[in-house]
Design a protein around this ligand. Structure first.
Ligand code: PEP
Ligand code: MN
Length: 337
């Protein structure tokens, strides 16, 4: 349920109701907006049967939430969440651009790609160090060595790092070297992992499972928020359909649909979303035109030799063109890169 406090409510009144809710066994989450303070209370509402919260001092209204997700919903927080890492912002009016290779293959290629993508305006360097590969015999990533290269290259070019975590046993290393933790499509419903992420103080980008509905996607994000970590980004990366011309079907209508339900930023990944180099530019443009809060694009200096996802990687020259176009589109829809 959501408890909306009156504009005139005092800190003591807020503390009092939070204390009472906790006494009744509720987990409480406070959202202080520009106008209103809202308490999200999660617990068994039957325990409140004879204790009308609306009669507590400072309370304006009590709204039961019937949706299965609460903290991620716009009922809990109306203003868009802006993730701000060292002044680099994603969400609200800010379009975040994440670019880099599918996998970190070696130090040299990563530095080359970071140099070109940062010059074009990308502020977040992506690259897999622990790779979720369909075949156990395919390249699995450089592990901690890859994380170190990511940190060094990002620091050299003034970028942030995003990389995927598959296993909480890698958490310490990943926290040490990266700014945003990516949870891949294959782990979107790994609930133990999601709960673990709720306890950390770093942003998490959750990728949509390839067979997940938007509701399931939002509920996965709810797991992270319920643990107390509200810095969550949602990434549409294509879903499985009967179509075989593309690797996945990029669900661009998910952008406005998700945004109508949640305050969290929505990122679009046209690379995994289509699996085709010729689709990256049009789909990146379309994503920003549709109101996405960011894009994630795979860029490789030599896609033919890439150790993973070469078919969907674009070269730095094409990334330059993409950035020019996307910047114009962002401005057209009232946002900035
Ligand atoms: C990736 O971004 O490197 C990746 C593996 O993506 P996904 O989890 O969407 O397949
Ligand atoms: Mn990839």
């Amino acid at each position: 349920m959501i408890i909306v406090m009156k504009n005139s409510a005092t800190e003591q009144e807020l503390d009092h109701i939070v204390e009472k809710l906790q006494e009744f066994g509720f987990a409480t989450h406070i959202s202080k907006g520009t106008e209103k303070t809202i308490i999200g209370a999660i617990g068994d509402e039957r325990t409140l049967r004879d204790r009308p919260l609306s009669s507590f001092p400072g309370v304006e209204t009590v709204v039961p939430i019937v949706k299965p997700f609460k903290l991620v919903s716009k009922d809990f927080k109306q203003e868009p969440t802006v993730i701000d890492i060292n002044g680099i912002k994603i969400g609200g009016d800010n379009v975040g651009v994440m670019a880099g290779p599918c996998s970190v293959e070696n130090r040299d290629m990563l530095f080359k790609i970071a140099e070109r993508t940062s010059k074009a305006g990308a502020k977040i360097l992506r690259g897999g160090a622990f790779k979720p590969r369909t075949s156990p015999y395919a390249f699995q990533g450089l592990g901690v060595e890859g994380l170190k290269y990511l940190r060094e290259a990002a620091d050299e070019y003034g970028m942030l790092v995003i990389t995927e975590m598959m296993d909480p046993r890698d958490m310490d290393d990943i926290l040490k070297y990266t700014d945003i933790i990516q949870i891949g499509a294959r782990n979107m419903q790994n609930f133990r992992l999601l709960r673990e992420l709720g306890t950390i103080d770093k942003p998490v980008m959750l990728k949509r499972g390839m067979c997940a509905t938007i509701k399931e996607f939002l509920m996965a994000a709810e797991y992270v928020c319920a643990g107390g970590n509200y810095q969550v980004l949602l990434c549409e990366r294509g879903i499985r359909t009967y179509e075989t011309e593309t690797r996945n079907t990029l669900d661009l209508s998910a952008v406005p649909v998700i945004q109508s339900n949640t305050h969290l930023p929505v990122i679009v990944d046209p690379s995994h979303g289509t699996g085709r180099r010729d689709c990256i530019l049009p789909m990146a443009q379309a994503a920003v035109a549709a109101g996405a809060d960011g894009i994630m694009v795979e860029v490789h200096n030599n896609p033919e030799e890439a150790m993973s996802d070469g078919d969907q990687s674009i070269v730095p020259d094409d990334f330059d063109v993409l950035m020019k176009r996307v910047r114009i589109i962002a401005e057209t829809v009232g946002k900035q890169l």
